[in-house]
Design a protein around this ligand. Structure first.
Ligand code: MF3
Ligand code: CO
Ligand code: CO
Length: 270
């Protein structure tokens, strides 16, 4: 479809009451390639760092590796100084849902699970993805949480297609988590990405089929559901103003990809 055809279709859908993206957030092929180049760095940094994680390492050491590797590959760590965030990565351990702030004081121990979430800026393009690492011997139920959180990415990706709804994707993710006895965080979600770290739309993983924004070729957003073993309720660390914890202290797991909607489905960019 040409841009004009897309624009016309979006106008029609808007008239019918659907939520549609602004043309400005849609990316051209050249721009998608730019985000992919950024995403390749992001993935290479994650590959490297994940291979190095071990018992006794502090999350600050992880962050130092993220910084050094990103620079070495020609990128800029996107979270560093972003709205006052002090580090090049988010490292969220066990009951930390997201936005864990790397620290010398947080030492990984046997049985921990940790999410490492990084954003790379390269040639002005932003990419964002994260992975879980299991440290030493992790309890069976916790392993299952990590596995189901990973499956949620696949289940969500299956719903990414042009002229579908983000709500179809969110619904599928929520159903998969619930089916396995887990819950999904409501207040924090995914986001558009590419020209900036956080763009429209907000992406929910507890949404309903046929709701939320229409997916359009050239749209780029993250799939990053936070899956909790227990309650979906959250609490914020008031001391650092960033880190979000589970209310009940049970673990939470998250994986993240940056995905583009294409003419015939989707493409993973990071
Ligand atoms: N990478 C995070 C995300 O997935 C954003 C982190 S913003 C920060 O949206 F400031 F907390 F680093
Ligand atoms: Co992220
Ligand atoms: Co994100």
């Amino acid at each position: 479809m040409t841009n004009e055809q897309i624009e016309r279709r979006l106008k029609e859908l808007k008239k019918l009451g659907y939520i549609v993206p602004n043309m400005k957030i849609l990316k051209s092929r050249v721009q998608l390639d730019g985000i992919k180049a950024s995403g390749d760095i992001n993935s290479a940094v994650l590959d490297y760092v994940v291979s190095k994680v071990e018992i006794g390492m502090s999350t600050e050491e992880i962050d130092d590796m993220v910084f050094a590797k990103t620079k070495e590959l020609g990128g800029i760590p996107g979270t560093l100084n972003y709205e006052g965030f002090p580090k090049s990565s988010c490292t969220s351990i066990n009951d930390q849902i997201c936005h864990g702030v790397p620290s010398k004081k947080d030492i990984l121990k046997d049985g921990d699970i940790v999410n490492i979430d990084i954003t790379t800026i390269y040639n002005g393009y932003y990419s964002d993805s994260s992975r879980m690492v299991m440290v030493g011997n992790v309890k069976e139920e916790t392993k299952k949480l990590v596995q189901v959180a990973k499956e949620c990415i696949e289940v969500g990706l299956n719903e990414v297609k042009p002229w579908g709804f983000l709500g179809d994707m969110g619904h599928a993710v929520n159903e998969h988590a619930k089916k396995n006895g887990f819950s999904v965080v409501r207040e924090v979600g995914g986001h558009g990405v590419g020209f900036a770290m956080h763009e429209d739309p907000f992406v929910s993983y507890v949404s309903k089929k046929g709701t939320e924004m229409v997916m359009v070729p050239g749209m780029v957003f993250t799939i990053e559901p936070m899956i909790n073993m227990g309650t979906c309720r959250i609490r914020m660390d008031r001391q650092n103003g960033w880190t979000i914890y589970t209310k009940d202290g049970l673990p939470s797991a998250q994986w993240e990809v940056t995905v583009a909607v294409t003419e015939d489905g989707y493409e993973i960019l990071a």
